[in-house]
Design a protein around this ligand. Structure first.
Ligand SMILES: Cc1ncc(COP(=O)(O)O)c(C=O)c1O
Length: 691
């Protein structure tokens, strides 16, 4: 630091670091250890090396929760000012006055990688110009987390006296930099930007989320304490997976969220919906992800990104996500280990002209884990795997007909047996019979009725209800008796109930099985596995596609399965599931709704189950989904689980959101006509395969 008596153009420059303990996303973040040292200490020791700064102050709020922060900072020898929690602008004005500053450097406490050389260069620019405000934040070329704003105390004082809006007082500089002048008053100041010749503005080095802490801890543990920002760039370039640690979190989240209060909560979703419909029928690729599943007009329709258990919609609203992409996400969105494996593979290529070793490395894992698996072939969607299994069964038996028990994908042989069979030829429809889960007598009647007709029985071995004792055993015996191939569709149960699927849990081994969804933590990968003598027919039937063997999904699946195994994820998820079920049932009881809705006690996949209610099931479901999203929960028919949901903050959010939502629903139900409470269209059932 420059001594306060040294001559300098434009007077005394005081850096004010605004910091606090309360952060909804990362409580206590100022004291969070980053590779052993609190974040604020790292920040201050780096900032103290800036030669152009005459004095450093920390401005925090007068809330008691900041006492430990104040004690640490004072212990390090820096002056502290405590003021209003929300009026940060007045904190700055008071420190400016107390310190006798002529110019202020604003640094926020979420920038532990702040670089003294960058700070100096911005102050030098300020000193050499007549600008009122100089920063590197408006035209962003430096990573987010190296933010420096320098401004005159005259500009600060004008802001402090004229800026009235709480937003302006909380964010200190918008009145001075004028970037939001279409929405908020701004002063008439001369502003300049310092821009680095290369654009690193997409990099996120700030500390706002647990993922940021992971990234910063890695940097501080691997690089010298006082490393320069270009050293960090070089380090990240040499370790490209690091870029993915926290990449999906948006910049300047606080500002976005605050601004959004003055806009419609789903404005951008609704706008995009109208646009998407011009080019995309249904405005979605999947029925269950479409507007029909939510109260359209009062719900998010497009997501922007996800991290751990959270997703953000295109309006910036955050949700605890219990849909998880319809079950593939089992670790969490953007899991760092899976991302690292994919990144590594991306560097080598995605789709090749010959097979890669990844295919057998993944196949070997499935053979080791899944009881019926002797051989393996991969597809992209679950439907690829189920259709391949049916073709194999037909090839093996020389028969055409199949019996189905569950949902098995979008292809003709299955969809022909459902209510949504438009476009499926009648001759194909006639080849498929349905039987009810847990009704082995019905299955027996079907097989006995045409003993030589059926090639396969395919069923989900478990799901919304557990198989009755002896049911799966009887299905196994019947299929053997009638020479029918037994296929377990484990697209949902695989890697969720057990690493070996439901067949490992219930000890009944089918001839073939299909897995998909959770196996790649969100990447498109599925597999048909089974007995060698049947699987070897793959060399005679035709199951073959350009993207079979696509390597990034294979790498993701290997990393996912390895993590599921090494971190004992499945039992942990069951604990999470049981806790959510208990929590939700407690809330239903507390608000007096437990007669109408409960959560089933299936710990690996708890589901909402509805009983007779004074309003229709469709209306109750619609009101619940409407209030869930309003309270930050993307929750449909079930609690789809992922490892990141173990997080305490996540669980608290869910409990609070669910309680608030259900209290609201209870009030709606007391209205003379509860339909009055719907703020959009009622949800539409796709076709019911899961009661
Ligand atoms: C049990 C089951 N089988 C098959 C499928 C079809 O999988 P995909 O949608 O990936 O084609 C699904 C999808 O939800 C499923 O739940």
């Amino acid at each position: 630091m420059m001594s306060s008596s040294s001559p300098s153009m434009r007077g005394k420059v005081v850096a004010i670091v605004q910091a606090r303990m309360g952060s909804t996303r990362l409580p206590g973040k100022s004291l969070l250890p980053l590779s052993g040292k609190p974040a604020i200490e790292r920040l201050l020791s780096r900032l103290a090396r800036a030669h152009q700064v005459d004095e450093i102050w920390v401005a925090t709020s007068d809330k008691g929760e900041n006492d430990p922060l104040v004690a640490l900072v004072e212990g390090l020898g820096f002056p502290v000012f405590r003021g209003d929690e929300n009026d940060v602008l007045s904190r700055f004005a008071i420190v400016a006055q107390k310190s006798g500053a002529d110019a202020i450097v604003r640094v926020t406490g979420d920038c532990p990688l702040i670089d003294p050389v960058v700070v100096d260069s911005i102050i030098q620019h300020f000193r050499a110009s007549d600008a009122d405000f100089v920063s590197n934040t408006l035209s962003r070329s430096f990573p987010d987390g190296l933010d420096v704003e320098v401004f005159t105390v005259a500009a600060l004082n004008e802001a402090a006296s004229k800026a009235q809006d709480p937003f302006l007082r909380q964010h200190v500089t918008p009145y001075i930099h004028g970037r939001l002048k279409d929405r908020f008053p701004a002063g008439d100041f001369k502003r300049e930007q310092v821009i680095w010749p290369q654009n690193y503005g997409h990099l996120r080095w700030t500390l706002d989320e647990a993922a940021d802490a992971d990234f910063l801890s890695r940097v501080f543990s691997d690089l010298p304490e006082q490393c320069g920002w270009l050293d960090v760039i070089a380090y990240c370039t040499a370790n490209p997976a690091l870029f993915f640690f926290n990449r999906s979190i948006p910049h300047n989240q606080g500002t976005t969220l605050d601004l959004q209060e003055s806009r419609g909560r789903y404005q951008e979703s609704n706008r995009l919906f109208e646009r998407a419909r011009q080019t995309i029928p249904l405005a979605s690729q999947t029925f269950s992800k479409s507007y029909q599943q939510w109260v359209k007009g009062s719900t998010p329709l497009f997501l922007d990104r996800g991290r751990g258990g959270w997703v953000w919609d295109v309006d910036g609203n955050r949700y605890a996500d219990f849909v998880l992409g319809l079950l593939p996400v089992i670790l969490g969105y953007a899991d760092p280990d899976v991302n690292a494996a994919m990144m590594d593979q991306m560097e080598r290529g995605a789709t090749f002209s010959l097979p890669t070793r990844l295919e057998m490395e993944l196949a070997e894992r499935l053979v080791r884990l899944i009881p019926c698996a002797e051989k393996v072939r991969f597809g992209k969607n679950g439907s690829d795997a189920t259709t391949a299994a049916i073709r194999l069964a037909r090839a093996k038996t020389g028969r055409d007909k199949v019996v189905v028990g569950g949902y098995h994908g979008w292809h003709d042989w299955y969809i022909g047996s459902t209510a949504r069979r438009l476009g499926v030829p009648g001759v194909v429809q006639d080849l498929t019979e349905n039987f009810a889960f847990n009704d082995a007598d019905q299955l027996e009647d079907i097989l006995k009725g045409q003993p030589d007709a059926f090639a396969a029985v395919i069923l989900e071995p478990a799901g919304t209800v557990n198989p009755a004792p002896g049911f799966l055993e009887r299905v196994r015996a019947l299929t053997e008796q009638y020479g029918v191939v037994l296929i377990f569709d484990e697209i949902v149960t695989g890697f969720r109930m057990d690493l070996g699927g439901a067949q490992a849990v219930y000890g009944v081994t089918p001839d073939l099985a299909c897995v998909g969804k959770a196996m790649g933590n969100g990447m498109p990968i599925a597999a048909v596995v089974g007995r060698s003598d049947i699987m070897d027919l793959m060399e005679d039937i035709f199951f073959s596609g350009t993207f079979g063997g696509e390597a990034i999904s294979l790498a993701a699946a290997i990393a996912t399965i390895d993590k599921l195994e090494s971190q004992n994820v499945i039992p942990r998820l069951k604990t999470v599931g049981a806790n959510f079920a208990t929590m939700a049932n407690g809330i239903f009881r507390d608000v007096g709704m437990d007669n109408y809705v409960q959560v089933t006690d299936i710990d690996w996949w708890p589901r909402l189950s509805f009983s007779e209610a004074p309003i229709s099931g469709g209306l109750l479901t619609s009101l619940m989904r409407q209030e869930f999203v309003a309270n930050g929960l993307l929750l449909g028919a079930s609690f789809n689980l992922c490892l990141a949901q173990e997080d305490d903050g996540f669980q608290k959010h869910v409990e609070q959101g669910m309680r608030a939502a259900m209290e609201q629903v209870k009030e709606h139900m007391a209205l003379p006509d509860p339909r009055m409470a719907l703020k959009g269209d009622m949800i539409q059932p796709t076709f019911s395969v899961r009661k």
